[in-house]
Write a protein that binds this ligand. Structure first.
Ligand SMILES: [Zn+2]
Length: 587
């Protein structure tokens, strides 16, 4: 097993034609210079995904998906970057199977913690089947969790008496590592088990490596019914989608993913033979979790609990998913229960029926929002109608817009025609992601900073001049882009966009570079004069933001001497700006 060099990856990328590779997955049509396909990364009906053979990249103008050949294979196959490289390599006759190493193997420290978690999982499983675990196992079986589900989810039992910590230390693991993995806690000189007297459910990453546990109390007097692993080097709350690795193959088959709140919800669905299910481990879903869910599939079904807290969280999660261009549906439990209670009360078939009769996001929104507005108050009714109208307007399908306008009419008592005239005003046929005609630079990055990054992308000389004369950019994303470009020129004479995207391994930087490459003002050719002007503009901007800050500071002050001091600083900064504008360099 070995690591691939950047050069090997670049060679494979340049041997594989992106059009040929994508055509193995999607039918392509030619339009103008580009190839087009129906985008597989959102609910697309017209071809929105363009493939540039010149640039060897693809981009969807609706959902924003894009990248090079590796990004495409990675996202459509839902595999790791390295697996995608190996797959593309095979397609062009290069065998690099020996480069496939488990991710954890790269970091020895994480490997040790992972090993401790694996030992603990086995220990907990053993304890569940030992005599002390009999009552617990009986409890699980009575709750409908069969032996095969216990095995599948690696459910275990951590008895009292701090036996797990003793076991790990006896096996030769330093106590500090058991503490770092959050299996063991230190009280003075004593080591105790974090999950003592609890049923433990291991939590894994997308590749199936263990990260930590969620654990249910066995004793009735325990204050917290559930506790999770605290933040460790492996476990970061808010980054994890529980059951991702087991659910992914099922999601590929069913073509949607159900999101629930917790481990017992996921297990409840497995009892009903519904296996395309994951959990956010709580209701405070994060953008990172949304990104991971979307990576699984663009079609997402929210299955949060039927109680008020669950429905409120579903409302919030749905909004995040819609903004991320997902197609969202909701499970309508109709009772204030969680999936585990529902299956225990109404049976497996009932839960399957709920999945089959899931409702569109817009239906959920119309119903849920009724709890936010008092419709017998005229103003609130009007607000409700306008808010719902704005949502209906965003729907892509004409029939959907008509259908939900009818529903809104029947709920509110307004006439369909009146509502339709609001809903059908200025409807855009498709919601465009970063429209190409928009000349506004992305996010907080100024036009001058975009110009600098763009000039550096097309000219090594520009990059060297930037490095020697300015060396920084105020916008963090543009600055990171500049650093990556300079770094790339250390081993390359020119920048190839598709290869630069490989090196941008963080999604925000990746998207910024992709966006910049399509910037309507992207220079046609290298121009050192434009670079110099842009660098001057960046310097002026720095002084101007300083002046703004000084003025704010001054407004807070009473002391006349200090005010005068700041006034002098402002004059100095203004002098620098004047000099820069005249074309002189500052000292
Ligand atoms: Zn798309």
């Amino acid at each position: 097993m070995r690591r691939l060099s950047d050069q090997e990856i670049t060679d494979i990328r340049s041997k594989a034609d992106i059009g040929d590779v994508i055509s193995q997955y999607l039918p392509l049509t030619r339009r103008g210079r580009n190839l087009w396909a129906v985008c597989p990364f959102h609910d697309d009906h017209d071809p929105s995904l363009s493939i540039s053979k010149d640039k060897q990249i693809y981009k969807c103008f609706v959902c924003g998906a894009g990248g090079n050949v590796f990004t495409f294979v990675q996202n459509i196959e839902k595999i790791s970057f390295l697996e995608a490289v190996v797959k593309v390599a095979k397609g062009v006759g290069v065998n690099i199977d020996d480069a496939l190493t488990p991710v954890a193997a790269l970091d020895p420290r994480k490997q040790v913690l992972t090993q401790i978690l694996k030992e603990s999982i086995n220990y907990f499983k053993y304890q569940l089947n030992a005599s002390g675990g009999l009552i617990i196992k009986d409890y699980l079986l009575k709750r409908g969790i069969s032996d095969s589900l216990i095995e599948k989810f690696e459910i275990g039992y951590n008895p009292g008496d701090d036996q797990c910590s003793k076991f790990l230390i006896a096996k030769g693991y330093p106590p500090s590592n058991a503490v770092a993995a959050n299996i063991t806690r230190v009280n003075g000189n004593q080591f105790s088990d974090v999950f003592a007297n609890r049923i433990v459910f291991p939590i894994h990453d997308e590749h199936g490596n263990p990260l930590g546990f969620t654990a249910r109390a066995v004793l009735a007097d325990e204050t917290a019914k559930y506790i999770n692993t605290t933040e460790t080097e492996l476990y970061t709350k808010g980054l994890i989608v529980y059951n991702y690795h087991r659910a992914l193959p099922e999601v590929k088959k069913s073509e949607f993913v159900i999101v629930t709140e917790g481990v017992t919800d996921v297990i409840a669905f497995y009892r009903a033979n519904v296996r395309n299910v994951v959990a956010t481990l709580g209701t405070a879903a994060t953008l990172e979790q949304v990104r991971k869910l979307r990576q699984m599939h663009w079609h997402i079904v929210i299955g949060y609990d039927g109680d008020n807290a669950g429905q409120k969280a579903a409302f919030r999660l749905g909004d995040m998913l819609i903004k991320a261009n997902c197609t969202v549906e909701v499970l309508n439990y109709k009772v204030p229960m969680d999936p585990d209670d529902i299956i225990n009360t109404y049976g497996e078939e009932h839960l399957v029926n709920i999945v089959e009769n899931r409702i569109p996001w817009m239906d959920f929104l119309l119903d849920y929002s009724l709890s936010l507005y008092q419709l017998d108050n005229y103003n609130q009714k009007k607000q409700y109608v306008l808010a719902m109208g704005a949502q209906i307007k965003n729907l892509r399908d004409d029939l959907d817009r008509k259908h939900f306008t009818e529903r809104l009419a029947s709920i509110s008592g307004y006439k369909f025609e009146d509502l339709w005239s609001i809903v059908s005003q200025n409807v855009k046929p498709e919601k465009r992601f970063e429209p190409v005609s928009d000349e506004k630079p992305k996010a907080d990055c100024s036009k001058a900073e975009c110009e600098i990054c763009a000039q550096m992308m097309i000219s090594k000389e520009a990059a060297i001049r930037f490095r020697d004369e300015l060396g920084y950019l105020s916008s963090p994303i543009a600055n990171r882009c500049a650093i990556l470009i300079i770094d790339t020129y250390r081993t390359n004479q020119e920048i190839v966009l598709a290869d630069l995207l490989t090196k941008a391994n963080d999604p925000i930087l990746h998207d910024f570079i992709l966006w910049l490459s399509d910037w309507p003002l992207f220079p046609k050719q290298a121009n050192l004069e434009s670079l110099t002007q842009a660098m001057t503009k960046v310097r002026i901007d720095v002084y101007e933001s300083k002046i703004k800050k000084f003025k704010q500071e001054s407004a807070q002050l009473i002391d006349a001497n200090k005010k005068a001091e700041i006034a002098n600083k402002i004059i100095d900064a203004q002098r620098e700006i004047t000099a820069l504008k005249r074309g002189k360099k500052e000292d």
